[in-house]
Design a binder for this molecule. Sequence first.
Ligand code: AMP
Length: 143
Amino acid sequence: MSLTKPYDENNIFAKILRGEAPAHKVYEDEHTFAFMDIMPMAEGHTLVIPREPAVNMFDLSEAAAEAMIRTTRKVAHAVRTTFDPHGVICAQFSGAPAGQTVFHIHFHVIPRWEGVEMNLHARTMQEADILADHASRITGNLA
Ligand code: AMP
């Protein structure tokens, strides 16, 4: 198994970027897009992706990496304001053995609370109206 893998134009995040699949959008700009994780590990779990078609950290350009971390920081602030967590995980998995399941690079922004277990990764679908409510509240708190 190699960390170098061709980019699949039909991965679900590429479809979201092209508007061919739905997403609960939190934020977008010229280089990045942020939306609710459909199977959240915690309330407020948000994903940040570049528009650039990169599989993982190893084919991502420096410019797209900069744009991604800027948006991740912006989203993390808004998630913090919205949910008042005790901590926030900002994480990226490159390669299936590292936990990557969607092969368009993304950062996870996951709120954490003392004494509250995280849900299992990519396991349980959240209801659409709850995700829509969370997305609009986070968007309302973007600086
Ligand atoms: P990773 O395992 O780091 O590749 O994470 C992929 C994430 O994408 C998981 O947390 C999934 O719950 C999430 N996910 C998969 N499909 C969708 C989708 N259609 N919309 C939003 N999130 C998704």
